[in-house]
Design a protein around this ligand. Structure first.
Ligand code: ZN
Length: 75
């Protein structure tokens, strides 16, 4: 069977090895030892604090749910 195309970009939680800055809001600090969401897209790599990670994941879920609803529509 052909390999399934993955819709999601590569994302994972990591523990910050040093102090980082949230890519969505430069005012959000990610301290050393904090967990953060790392999203690799094309050639760039972005870190997000847990607050933004939750918003990003919830938005992704909404987007997917919207697509799934359309998939089931019969018109
Ligand atoms: Zn943030």
């Amino acid at each position: 069977m052909p390999k399934l195309k993955r819709l999601l970009v590569s994302a994972c939680f990591e523990t910050a090895q040093r102090r980082r800055q949230c890519s969505r809001n430069k005012g959000h600090d990610i301290s050393k030892g904090d967990r953060c969401l790392v999203i690799k897209e094309n050639m760039s790599k972005n870190n997000y604090c847990m607050e933004c990670a939750q918003l990003i994941l919830e938005k992704a879920k909404e987007d997917l749910n919207g697509l799934i609803l359309e998939l089931d529509r019969n018109d």
